[in-house]
Write a protein that binds this ligand. Structure first.
Ligand SMILES: Cc1ncc(COP(=O)(O)O)c(C=O)c1O
Length: 476
């Protein structure tokens, strides 16, 4: 496993960072990716391991040939590595491979034993839709309030936990926000949750690439009962993720998806389900994805999560300082560079007088900087941070239903991965200074249905950069 020659020179560990992409003025520049909260580029170690593994890849579980045995071995080893990474242990926990955090949480929502007496799920207003919508049909879902600056209001958490008492079955909370990078005190919340005899699932989609996670043994009151992660946010974009959680929950009940691999024995009128994790992984699994995730974990472990956190905290402090001096720029969430070590490098902002859609378009087309704008799959959180009134929210809703997103509220978000540098921040800040002065060259029009801005007279010509290789000439 490679390590950078300088402690924080992580760029050399990644695929594709020096690849040039086109700009509106016809020039080609290396792309600056500041959209890591969405997806990250692959580690070279992952690319190389996947490449090496593909020569041996074959069917897993019960295949008898050497390649099948090797693939099964690699798949099960990936499971152990994932358990270990999260501080889980194979006696108390199971690691179920899924395609991403969304699938992990949906699975848990379908499999968690809510009952008529224990029917309440506590979540918060800051959640990504993937840790909110799956709960709504299966439990009485209560959203914990936030403070005005977007933190979980712990007094409100305590109050709701006391109000619903023994009705609370599960708490579902994000380890870190994908909008503001705010870290939730998950172990403290876990203690309170367990004191109420409920369980806790932590959405670690954002946390896992940036901080050490320790689920702790089940007899520790601060333990986490379930954790969900996505490999594509951890430098291993091969379509895998994991739900790691209490084995006892998955030892009971029918699987949410039925099919090959989930059973011990089937007769025409009876089924005996396999033990977890097999019970929960219907159909042929994504072996390559699991291997990729495990290699990424190994690479992160080799670097050391404390080094990752240290580098990203410095970068975030630097970015907050510089961004706060851009004319007309408004930062959301925690703006204090001194507390950069207590949050992730996910920074939401707006430029006065110019649509978030337009800012992100100009950054991409004219400066080669990839960010994201909009609501980041967290509509309630964005409305809260923007302080939108009920009337304004209703107006937005009816515009969207009428197919018009042109004045959809939102923000621009820059989010760091461990390979980003102060040079990347400088480029972002310079670009924003130009944009805030109106100093950009393109003529843009807005697509009403999506809100996006596109430059006139420009085509990206993707096939010059990558093509699947299918000749579509003459296709209807
Ligand atoms: C906090 C959080 N939870 C869940 C998700 C969903 O992750 P995925 O799209 O990998 O399922 C995301 C994705 O951005 C996220 O940031």
């Amino acid at each position: 496993m490679s390590l950078p020659s300088h402690p924080f020179d992580f760029r050399s560990l990644f695929v594709g960072l020096d690849v040039k992409t086109p700009r509106l003025d016809g020039s080609q520049q290396p792309y600056i990716n500041l959209d890591n909260a969405a997806s990250t580029p692959p580690f070279k170690a992952v690319q190389e391991a996947v490449d090496g593994f593909l020569s041996y890849y074959s069917s897993v579980h019960r295949g008898t040939g050497f390649k099948s045995q090797l693939s099964t071995h690699a798949y099960e080893e990936a499971r152990q590595i994932t358990l270990q990474f999260l501080g889980a242990n194979a006696h108390q926990h199971t690691c179920i491979f899924v395609k991403n955090t969304t699938e992990a949480i949906n699975k848990l929502a379908r499999r968690f034993p809510f009952t008529a007496e224990r029917d309440v799920l506590l979540t918060s207003v800051m959640e990504h839709h993937s840790n909110d919508l799956p709960w709504r049909p299966v439990a009485h879902t209560v959203h914990i309030d936030l403070t005005p600056d977007g933190r979980l209001d712990e007094a409100s958490f305590d109050a709701e936990l006391a109000r619903y008492g023994r009705r609370v079955a599960l708490v579902a909370i994000s380890g870190a926000s994908n909008v503001t990078g705010i870290l939730n005190p998950v172990h403290r919340l876990a203690e309170k949750t367990h004191a109420a005899e409920a369980q806790i699932v932590v959405d670690c989609a954002q946390l896992a690439p940036h901080r050490r996670i320790d689920m702790l043994p089940l007899d520790n009151p601060a333990h986490l009962d379930f954790v969900a992660i996505s490999a594509h946010k951890m430098y291993a974009p091969f379509g895998s993720g994991a739900l790691v959680g209490r084995r006892d929950v998955f030892e009971h009940g029918d699987p949410d998806m039925r099919g090959g691999g989930t059973v011990e024995i089937v007769t025409l009128d009876d089924v005996v389900w396999a033990e977890p994790p097999d019970r929960e992984e219907a159909g042929s699994p994504n072996v390559v994805g699991a291997v990729a995730l495990a290699v990424a974990i190994h690479q992160l472990d080799s670097i050391g999560m404390h080094n990752v956190a240290h580098h990203e905290a410095n970068l975030t402090a630097y970015a907050l300082k510089r961004l706060s001096r851009v004319p007309g720029l408004r930062l959301f969430g925690d703006r204090d560079p001194l507390s950069a070590g207590e949050r992730l490098g996910v920074i939401p902002f707006m430029l006065e007088g110019i649509s978030h859609f337009k800012v992100s378009a100009i950054l991409g087309y004219e400066f080669g900087i990839g960010v994201r704008s909009g609501c980041f799959c967290a509509h309630p959180y964005i409305l809260h941070l923007l302080g939108l009134s009920a009337d304004e929210s209703r107006r937005v809703r009816s515009n969207i239903l009428a197919g018009d997103r042109s004045d959809m509220p939102g923000m621009v978000r820059a989010s760091f991965g461990l390979y980003n540098s102060t040079g990347d921040v400088d480029r972002l800040v310079e670009a924003l200074e130009y944009i805030s002065r109106g100093d950009y060259s393109g003529t843009y029009h807005q697509v009403r249905s999506t809100g996006e801005y596109v430059p006139e007279d420009w085509s990206p010509q993707f096939e010059r950069y990558f093509s699947i290789g299918v000749d579509r000439r003459g296709a209807a």
